[in-house]
Design a protein around this ligand. Sequence first.
Ligand SMILES: Cc1cc2nc3c(=O)[nH]c(=O)nc-3n(C[C@H](O)[C@H](O)[C@H](O)COP(=O)(O)O)c2cc1C
Length: 308
Amino acid sequence: MSITTLLDIQYPILKGVMAQISTHKLVAAVSEAGGLGILSSINLKPEEIREEIRLTKKLTSKPFGVNLMLHSKDRDQIVKVVIEEGVKIITVSGGSPKVYMAWLKENDIKVLPVIHTVQEAMEMEKIGVDGLIAEGTESGGYIGETTTMTLIPQVTKQVDIPVIAAGGIADGRGLVAAFALGAHGAQMGTRFLACEECPIPQGVKLALVNAKDTATIVTGRKRGAAIRSIKNDMLERYAHLEFAGAPEEELEKLTLGSFERAVVGGDMETGSVMAGQIAGLIEEIKPAKRIIEDIMDEAHGIITQLKI
Ligand SMILES: Cc1cc2nc3c(=O)[nH]c(=O)nc-3n(C[C@H](O)[C@H](O)[C@H](O)COP(=O)(O)O)c2cc1C
């Protein structure tokens, strides 16, 4: 089944959840434009998530999703709110939604977990999820080890459910490539950071527009929680200290609160902005609608011209 049919959306484009950034305005703009917006539940109390869902519904009558981060201590309450508010799509990060599957299916909710390996993909298919978001290491935020180019064909070879490719996709060429590798759609995060409706300071959006292909850095690999962000002196210092075996407390002092410092306060020096390697391709801050239309136009143009 196509992802557009499965999720009842117009275009096979998902705006990946972005912690504290994927709020109602951005989510509604993407869904209104025919893609799928996904609300973040990170650091929000269940009642705040309910409010975000209601605010999103005021801006669009089209489908949107909510992301469930399984590390959240409020996860049971979050699932309850999603069900009560009638949201029909949930993406899941940070593990397996196995314990919630019966409850979610009873309520006719489509479940799409984020996976980073073929093994995880096969386990998720077994528990009855509706589709997978297979995320390559190029992506912004918490990352796995395998690249999108290698992960997608290996996952799509092993599972029969729809796979959405994530990581390193920001234009029509990337979308067509994802389909060529067997995916049914693409999830993008970094591209939507430089979006007019994205609630981050303009300076951070401009930093993305100015970013080059080598603009990102991965920190946290040593402690098993690798994160890709836009490089700055603070993160380079972190990486250096991490490599040298500095104690965890010293590392934490540098990054504690750094994401908020950047995405709320616009501090790109001691703050850190998670972003993917595809940041170097972003040249313009555009409304969500134009981002999606441009990607689809380019993708259709490529499909008709491909000669192999
Ligand atoms: C700023 C930022 C925050 C993110 N936060 C989350 C998150 O909270 N949970 C999650 O599962 N993925 C998160 N992601 C990953 C995105 O949902 C998406 O899968 C990823 O950005 C796709 O790769 P791309 O950045 O190359 O487009 C984040 C990505 C970015 C750029």
